[in-house]
Design a protein around this ligand. Structure first.
Ligand SMILES: [Zn+2]
Length: 615
């Protein structure tokens, strides 16, 4: 483990578990200990006890027990490293990491301070929005009309932004402070000097505070009450808020996710609040974006089953297809992803009001499993009574299927697709592994043909392997992909340093490399730069964790090692990537001017790469 044990001990010595738990559970002094209602199971009389002397919590009802770090992990769904960082932050400490320079540390401390001060501003604003709501009959009436009770409004901290250009000037002493702009509360208009220079972002809107998993306010969503536009307005990206990572309602729903056994992902914050009001407290929403891998990874920390809910119209189908593509790498055998399509005229709110909660629950439990939806998408537009239609199905299924993690589900789907296509599943697998890893072929001397990549050890041995191979005579020590894994998993900061196009090329590599890089990217977004032992601690998916460890630990690297080599690897992989694209396009170039244009520009890039000497 890479956070030094001494640091954790120091930290635990400073932390008082009564404070840590007390932020989330109302505690009363009872003898030597503190007691309260257990946050991990439903109870009416307290059986949850916190010991200040032992610095432990224990529930006599459900048996949960642990220290302050354990409490945060369990209660807020944090990883170990996150929980340690979070605790350290609230005590003004920075977790020492092996590859942290003193400058990095100062920077990290400054970032932390900045984030804390922005959260403070947002909390203050949130409080004033809530107060405004109490004083605004217009806003209260609107919420009542939407069928929301005062109770649910309080639970979600709903508020109202005044119909004033500078309403927040009543709240903040320094309305001109740059921090208010950075927090996304105030907009600065520099272009038009005739207009007011600064004004509130949210005006005359119902305010939905967006909370992180600790319950801190990190941004707002605002909805108009009438027919104004835009209907929904969110906080911009700030140092504490990124819409691609946060889910609305997760903080409020997190306990219910465990009880209900699944999360429902809806399209808007009004859905989440309305569902909670109607007895479905386990819903969350994305914030005006399509679902991202970060969203899904976050939800899977709280539940093993995700149900995406979509409106039944064309836009809903498109959004569902996108969600499917993002979900595929997460579809491990122990998890379940489902797709719920409402009748075209309904959103979740209107459906429950008309049909009742039970009907909605039935809809949830009969929603389409990922495997079924994958087949539906693959089959769309295919006439299965013709050989051409069946081939098209196979072509459409391949990219979806190959994004699935190795496992029983993937194998079953291969069999089902093979049945639909009317060929043996063994043949299909062979065809597909050829198109995923195109091998050089003597009958086709195209300059773009890529050499067959080295067989990954996790793949079952392909019988075609016994055929004479013309690739390596000299035993190459390691493929580029393998070497890339070694370098980037030991020096994660280099992952952050390469371009997003380069990251995409690596993430698109066939399994397991592509999956490993995708996973690495997730960890970077979620936790920042980590050392290899920390990454290992986070237990990558088990299908390839052994393969990964063996590969990375095979060749330990020094700090600066691998820099130039990585450049060369990326360079070669980009060439291979382009050559594969060119190969795929070649048959279509004559018939489609759009393809021709793309083909030409890719060819030019390819020629340039070929003529550039290696570093
Ligand atoms: Zn309990």
């Amino acid at each position: 483990m890479s956070i030094p044990q001494t640091f954790i001990q120091d930290l635990l010595a400073r932390v008082d578990i009564v404070d840590v738990v007390g932020k989330h559970v109302q505690l009363k002094k009872g003898g030597a200990n503190f007691v309260g209602l257990c946050p991990f199971h439903n109870e009416k009389s307290p059986s949850f006890s916190v010991s200040p002397t032992k610095q432990f919590f224990h529930c006599f009802g459900c048996g949960k027990t642990g220290n302050a770090v354990g409490f945060l992990m369990e209660h807020a769904g944090m990883h170990f490293v996150e929980a340690v960082k979070d605790l350290a932050q609230s005590y003004g400490l920075v977790v020492p990491e092996t590859d942290f320079s003193p400058e990095d540390r100062v920077k990290a401390l400054e970032n932390q301070k900045k984030q804390l001060s922005i959260v403070d501003l947002l909390e203050t604003a949130s409080l004033s929005y809530r107060k405004n709501l109490k004083d605004s009959p217009k806003a209260i009436n609107y919420l009542k009309q939407r069928g929301l009770s005062g109770e649910v409004a309080k639970l979600f901290g709903l508020g109202y932004a005044l119909d004033e250009w500078t309403g927040l000037a009543h709240v903040f002493e320094h309305y001109n402070s740059a921090d208010l702009v950075e927090a996304g509360l105030v907009i600065e208009n520099k272009e038009d000097p005739a207009q007011e220079k600064r004004y509130d972002r949210f005006r005359d809107r119902i305010i939905f505070p967006i909370r992180n998993i600790k319950g801190e306010c990190i941004g707002f969503g605002g909805r108009v009450m009438g027919n104004g536009t835009p209907k929904y307005l969110n906080s911009p990206e700030t140092p504490v808020f990124s819409k691609g990572k946060e889910l609305y309602g997760l903080f409020e729903a997190r306990q219910h996710l465990k009880e209900k056994g699944h999360a429902i992902v809806t399209e808007g914050y009004m859905d989440v609040v309305a569902l909670a009001q109607l007895g479905v407290p386990n819903a969350v929403a994305t914030l005006g974006t399509a679902c991202t891998p970060d969203h899904i990874a976050k939800l899977f920390r709280f539940t093993d089953t995700i149900v995406f809910s979509f409106d039944g119209d064309q836009a809903g189908r498109r959004a569902a297809k996108k969600a499917l593509e993002v979900s595929l790498p997460f579809a491990k055998d122990t998890r379940s992803l489902k797709f719920l399509f409402l009748p075209p005229e309904h959103d979740p709110d209107s459906y429950i009001r008309e049909m009742g909660v039970d009907a909605f629950s039935r809809l949830v439990s009969s929603s389409t499993p990922l495997s079924q939806f994958l087949l539906d998408i693959a089959r769309s537009g295919c006439d299965l009574s013709t050989a051409e239609g069946r081939s098209l199905l196979a072509a459409q299924a391949l990219p979806l299927w190959s994004a699935l993690p190795q496992g029983v589900l993937q194998t079953q789907l291969l069999n089902e697709i093979a049945d639909l296509v009317h060929i043996g599943h063994f043949e299909l697998k062979q065809l597909w592994s050829d198109s995923i890893n195109p091998r050089s072929n003597t009958t086709n001397p195209s300059p773009f043909n890529k050499k067959k990549s080295k067989q990954a050890p996790w793949m079952t041995k392909d019988p075609a392997d016994s055929s004479p191979r013309r690739v390596p005579i000299r035993q190459a020590p390691m493929s580029r992909q393998d070497r890339g894994i070694q370098i980037l998993f030991q020096h994660m900061s280099q992952w952050a340093a390469i371009s997003s196009e380069q990251q995409n090329i690596l993430c698109r590599l066939p399994a397991p490399h592509g999956l490993a890089f995708t996973w690495l990217d997730l960890q970077l977004n979620e936790l920042g730069v980590l050392s290899w032992p920390q990454l290992k601690e986070l237990t990558p998916p088990q299908e390839w964790s052994q393969w990964l460890s063996a590969l990375v630990e095979n060749t330990p690297l020094e700090a600066e090692e691998g820099n130039g080599e990585l450049k060369n690897i990326l360079f070669e992989l980009e060439k291979a990537d382009i050559s594969e694209k060119l190969n795929q396009m070649a048959p279509l170039v004559g018939s489609d001017p759009q393809v021709y244009k793309q083909f030409k520009s890719l060819s030019a890039r390819f020629a340039l790469l070929k003529s550039t000497p290696l570093v």
